[in-house]
Design a protein around this ligand. Structure first.
Ligand code: SF4
Length: 383
């Protein structure tokens, strides 16, 4: 098998999901979060190419092209592209079109008997420095510690060096969280540091080969279950559906196993909720179905949001130090932080916090559905 960063990462996270993808070759069902990520990547690649060709950047046209008319996906990718377009005009810009040497290009290298390949989203070259950018569509930017612990970008640097021996002395490695303005993690690697990166990669591939030989593909639930498209077939979910959760928790081993199972079940349940949202949110006459004691369906949900630049402006206008934590614009965090600020700052900040409503699917107790035109559930048998 050819190894890549994504295959090794999947094997590290969940052996069972890896085996479905790469050993048993079971087609992977779609997952909304993965569709959003691949649309954003396709849209950004198109935007980079248009910038290189000095063509107009019509982000709506690009979003339409990559989402093929899916309204929800269009809105999502349009948000990402609009932000990217703004940052392209920023200082420093998102990238320098004249320096780009690779857009989503797969590079491969030989490591003894093994082939390793990987695809960087964007590579720029200036003199002896290569800048590798990876677009991340996560809903939360990761911490600098998590970024530095991630082996993905140093391995891209290794691939670049193998394909351009001696051309680069320094590698600037960047993750851009493309849903957030200016959310970038960056580190610099010197060429001599690649030896260690290579050693670590070979160790991991040898370990992966041993697992392949032993057929050791256990399902190991964790954070990653939220983007797994195989929750319905996952052995940990099926075990629960068929036998229930063993509630005997008398040691940490049992507690750990129960906690892992709960994560897989949560991910499975989230996928079911997403399906319900699509069903009830499309042509359904009421957007709700009856449940015992109430109903489930769309209802208004109130939120608050604030623009980062407006928040910074308020702090600066009042000559107050900017609390970096609020720049993630967690409005609850912002509210707590404001409790320590003078009244004038609190009042000015309230003016930049916008309240808005969305429709979310949720349970509503005894909500008078009897007054509405309800779509009856189908009955079986009889006439
Ligand atoms: S739900 Fe989690 S544990 Fe189950 S297959 Fe997917 S990633 Fe693995």
């Amino acid at each position: 098998m050819n190894w890549s960063g994504s295959k090794l990462a999947l094997l590290r996270l969940c052996g069972w999901a890896f085996a479905e993808d790469h050993v048993r070759n079971v087609p992977r069902p779609p997952h909304p979060a993965l569709a959003g990520g691949s649309n954003a990547h396709a849209g950004l690649a198109r935007l980079v190419q248009l910038a290189i060709d000095d063509e107009p950047l019509d982000v709506r046209a690009i979003a339409r092209e990559v989402t093929a008319g899916n309204a929800a996906e269009f809105a999502d990718v349009l948000g990402v592209l609009t932000l990217a377009q703004e940052e392209l005009a920023g200082d420093p810009p998102l990238f320098e079109p004249r320096d780009v040497i690779y857009i989503e290009t797969r590079l491969a290298m030989q490591l003894g008997p093994y082939t390793f390949d990987g695809q960087a989203d964007l590579v720029e070259a200036r003199g002896k420095t290569a800048t590798v950018s990876d677009w991340k569509t996560h809903w939360r930017p990761e911490s600098q510690d998590a970024f530095e612990a991630d082996v993905q970008l140093p391995r891209y640097a290794l691939l670049l060096d193998a394909n351009h021996p001696g051309r680069f002395e320094r590698f600037v490695l960047r993750k851009r969280f493309v849903r957030y303005r200016g959310a970038v993690r960056e580190l610099v690697l010197e060429r001599h540091q690649l030896e260690l990166v290579k050693w670590d990669l070979v160790q991991e591939i040898e370990d992966a080969e041993r697992r392949m030989a032993a057929g050791a593909f256990e399902a190991t639930p964790g954070d990653w279950c939220t983007i797994c498209s195989r929750t319905d077939a996952c052995p940990r979910v099926r075990e629960f559906l068929e036998h229930g959760l063993d509630l005997t928790l008398d040691d940490d081993v049992a507690a750990r196993r129960a906690a892992e199972t709960v994560r897989a079940i949560d991910a499975h349940s989230a996928r079911l909720k997403a399906r319900l949202k699509v069903y009830l949110g499309s042509d359904h006459p009421t957007g709700r179905v009856r449940l015992a004691g109430g109903s489930f369906g769309f209802g208004p949900a109130r939120h608050k949001r604030a623009s980062v630049s407006d928040v910074v402006e308020v702090f600066e206008a009042h000559d107050r130090p900017v609390n970096q934590r609020v720049l993630r614009v967690d409005v609850d965090e912002l509210r707590r932080s404001l409790e320590r600020e003078p009244g004038a700052v609190r009042r000015a900040m309230q003016a930049v916090v916008e309240e808005y409503e969305t429709a979310d699917c949720r349970y509503r107790r005894g909500d008078g559905l009897e007054d509405e035109e309800v779509q009856e559930e189908p009955t079986t048998g009889g006439t």
